[in-house]
Ligand binder design. Structure first.
Ligand code: C5P
Length: 234
């Protein structure tokens, strides 16, 4: 597989749990996501180890700070060899464009820089508390357009948002979507889930999949089933 669409979310606390899963996985069949939980426990050494094992790593630390600090943090991520890193679009145009330019100047133009728009855990009431006068959908679109204008490669978004954004933004603007559940699998704590087939039809480029793979009795066959469903849809 040239461009695996599944990014396995390594939502673990320890290196041992990661190793147990990752030793069964093949970099040609999936990418890996390291988020705040695992990174805070295990740090850059684990990221370097995963990269050295041949995996594309999405470092999901959602940076949000002054432009200089975010740019330096993303350069540090690039130096670990990560494939993708993300920031909060609400940090603004300067923060995003300065970070993209800093990565390019550092020789890291291949590192994908994507943005989080509105956290999917936010409802309208919570968004009103923070900004007010704008619907979630409008705010997502506004921040996605700002991300594109700032030179970013894409956004993290829900499947529903992906459908809307795919029509409003160019095809090469990448949509990375969690909340994916193969038909018949447990929703866990996700409220709005879509199948891998629907995600592809909605224009999603990469799917973040955690528990349907990490908690499966046979994670490799769970991943392969998802990959087959994706291949049959494309
Ligand atoms: O186990 P599951 O497939 O639900 O994991 C989804 C992953 O995507 C988790 O790492 C979760 O933190 C992340 N995520 C999400 N919803 C968002 C953003 C990220 O589920 N809106």
């Amino acid at each position: 597989m040239n461009d695996p669409k599944v990014i396995v979310a390594l939502d673990f606390d320890t290196r041992q749990q990661v190793d147990q899963l990752v030793e069964k996985l093949n970099p040609s069949e999936c990418r890996l996501k390291v988020g705040k939980q695992l990174f805070t426990h295990e740090g850059p050494a684990l990221v370097k180890h995963l990269v050295a094992s041949g995996f594309d790593v999405f470092l999901d630390l959602k940076f949000h700070d002054i432009p200089n600090t975010v740019a330096k943090a993303c350069i540090a991520a690039a130096d670990l060899g990560v494939w993708m890193v993300n920031v909060h679009a609400s940090g603004g145009q300067k923060m995003m464009s300065h970070t993209r330019e800093a990565l390019d100047a550092h020789g890291a133009s291949k590192v994908k820089l994507i943005a989080v728009t509105v956290l999917t855990s936010m409802d309208q009431m919570q968004l009103d508390d923070v900004v007010g006068g704008i619907s979630i959908e409008q705010q997502v679109l506004k921040l996605a357009v700002l991300s594109k204008q700032s030179g970013l490669d894409g956004v993290v978004c829900s499947a529903q948002e992906a459908q809307m954004l795919r029509h409003q933004l160019p095809n090469d603007f990448q949509l990375v979507t969690p909340g994916i559940r193969p038909a018949g699998s447990s929703a866990d704590d996700q409220t709005r889930i879509v199948t891998p087939e629907d995600a592809i039809n909605y224009g999603v480029d990469y799917m973040v999949v955690g528990r349907p793979i990490t908690k499966a009795n046979d994670p490799v066959s769970a991943l392969r089933t998802i990959n087959e469903q994706i291949a049959a849809t494309r």
